[in-house]
Ligand binder design. Sequence first.
Ligand SMILES: NC(=O)c1ccc[n+]([C@@H]2O[C@H](COP(=O)([O-])OP(=O)(O)OC[C@H]3O[C@@H](n4cnc5c(N)ncnc54)[C@H](O)[C@@H]3O)[C@@H](O)[C@H]2O)c1
Length: 392
Amino acid sequence: MGQTATVIIDFWEDSIDALHGIIHNELLNQKEKKIYILSTHFHPDHFNPDILTWKQTHPDLVYILSKDILRHKRATVKDGFFLKKGDTFDDGILTVKAYGSTDSGDSFHIQLEGMSFFHAGDLNNWHWIDESTPQEAKKAEGDYLAELGYIKNDITNVDVTMAVQEGARFLEKPQGGKGILMGGVPGVKPAKVLVLGAGHVGFASALIAAGMGADVTITDINLPLLRSIQNVLPQNVHTLYSTEHSIRKELPTTDMVVGSVLIPGDKAPHLITRDMLKLMQKGSVLVDVAIDQGGCFETSHPTTHSEPAYVIDGIVHYAVANIPGAVAYTSTLALTNATMPYAIALADKGWKEACKGDDALLKGLNVVEGKVTFKAVADLYKKSFVDPKTLL
Ligand SMILES: NC(=O)c1ccc[n+]([C@@H]2O[C@H](COP(=O)([O-])OP(=O)(O)OC[C@H]3O[C@@H](n4cnc5c(N)ncnc54)[C@H](O)[C@@H]3O)[C@@H](O)[C@H]2O)c1
């Protein structure tokens, strides 16, 4: 998955047969790349023991395996590095931190060349409608949310954590809101939260709102994305295809809307127009996270932390353009951790060499010597697009 390394996770079978396919014929034969083989636990659909025979023909392979594979005697200590929850592997190229699972073994947070991936293994909200009792389903969900809570606190993402937290604050009566508690109490229903856009911000916002006990609906226009997140979201999150009609139907019973849509290279679309505000109950809250792209509510305008919210037609609008600015110390450290490797590469090598060696930097080039090198920007401003690779 990177320029310098390939990571193969939870190999089960190849695309053609046991010895042929993308893994055997392509990925394992990339001489110029370091190859890491990861496995989250011993179940046969996540750990195929054949992976250990690959080192006979590819001696440089690095194996990073969950400790339960050792415990179940599927491998021996000399076969690789073994991780349990809380352990980290870091060789300067790849970092893998092991988190827990609600089944066997671990889940992995993987960092490579500035990219960050989470591979859940068998960490899931495991329950089956026909087989689990309500108590078992509740316990499964509790275990799952507890593990997500632990991961969320460790892998910080200040923007998304704060959007829902701030929205919940403005639902309080003294802040102009309806006076609603996100999780409700026994006998009183929880808040209803509508999340527009199921990308990075929207997905995490839905998880956080669900963790606070709200009744959450998350929308997107990307149906495959909705399908894939449906399986990993807790039971109090429902998915909904985003159309004007479906949003209008939700608004009368929604207490908080989180606007987190993005159309790359373009302004955010106005998914809630002024006339739609009258569908909502007074004191409901709109949190426009997409305000840095123009905002996805017609009545939004950028605010700051000194006066974060204002009211139009009885609806509280929160539209701070720099949400992480409220926790500047944590945000600065988090941002510096993520951006420093790029700054060092640019300073050491100059922009051309740095971009040659890093696809992420290359993707960041917008204009080079007067030529537009970012497709969406070129399309938006009706300029011709020039592939940045041709200018290096
Ligand atoms: N205000 C802040 O401090 C702050 C902080 C972080 C991110 N942001 C902004 O939040 C926005 C979302 O960021 P992200 O990283 O989650 O983006 P993302 O690309 O991961 O997700 C955006 C999602 O919106 C969906 N979408 C597009 N049109 C839609 C529509 N009509 N209805 C429903 N969904 C639609 C896309 O399919 C995509 O899944 C961006 O505008 C980003 O700049 C703001």
